[in-house]
Design a protein around this ligand. Sequence first.
Ligand code: G3H
Ligand code: ZN
Length: 283
Amino acid sequence: PLVSMNELLPQAKAGKYAVGQFNMNNLEFAQAITNAAIAERSPFIFGVSEGALKYMGIEYTVAIAEAAAKKSGLPIALHLDHGSNFDIAMKCIRAGFSSVMFDGSHHSFEENIKLTKEIVKAAHAMGVSVEGELGTIGGVEDDISVDAAEANLAKPHEAIRFYEETGVDALAIAVGTAHGMYAGDPNIHFDIIEAVASQIPAAIVLHGGSGVPDEMIRKAIAAGAAKINVNTENQVAATAAIREVLNKDSKVYDPRKYLTPARSAMEQVVTEKIRLFGSNNRI
Ligand code: G3H
Ligand code: ZN
C-alpha cells in the first residue's frame, strides 16, 4: 500500500541516508522509478507536481502509484509536490495521496505558517504527512519560476519557529539549490541544513537535486538532509534517449521503440541516485 512519509523519513534521518523523491510525469517514469527501487530494495517517494497532475489526471496518477506499490511490495509514498493551496491538497488526499507538500514560500512568513498549519491539521487527521517550504528555491518547475536573484535562503531561527507552529513532518529549506539543471555548480549552504536538522525532528528536504555533484549530495546528507527531490535529470535522460532513436531512424512510428530506451535511461539515473542517497538495501 501507499504509506505516509512518516514511515520512511524518520528512519532515514536517524540512519543518515536520504529517501529520493522522484517525480512521476507519466507511466514510463513510474515504471522506471519502481523497477530501479525493486532492484535496489529501496523505499521512495513519487512526487507529483500540479502540472504533472493536470497532465496525467488524478485518477490515473493514484492508480499508477497503487499499481507500483502492489507490484513492488515496497513502501512508497505518493506525494503532492509544491501544492499551492488547501483545496488541491484536500483533493489529492481524497483521491488517495499519502502525503502532500504545501509550498507557501511565496507568502509572507506569518501567512505561510497560518496556511501550512491548516493543511497539517486536516492532513494529519487522515494519516497523511505534510511537507512545508521556507525560503525560495530558484529555477523553473512547471509554472513556478523563481529568479535566482529573488531566491532567498531559509533562516534557521525561522525554520525552527515554522516547525514548532505548524508541526510539519518534513521541511524544504532553500539552501542554494535550484530547480532544473545547473549552468555551473550550485553553492549549497550546508551550515543551514546542519543548523535546522539538528534542532527539529522533522526531515529536511533538498529540492532541485538534479545536476548537483555527487560530493555535494553526500555532504548535504551528512549535514542532515533526509529527502532529496529529483525530476529534471530523468526528463533530460528520457528526452536524450528519445532524440537518439528519432535521429537515427526517421521512419520509426511505434512509441514503444523510443519509450523503451527512455525508460531504461531513467531507470539508470534512479539506480545511481538511490545508491548515492544510501537508501538501497533498506527493505
Ligand atoms: O520538487 C521537485 C524537485 O525539487 C525537482 O528538482 O528538477 O531540479 O530535480 P529538479
Ligand atoms: Zn521542488
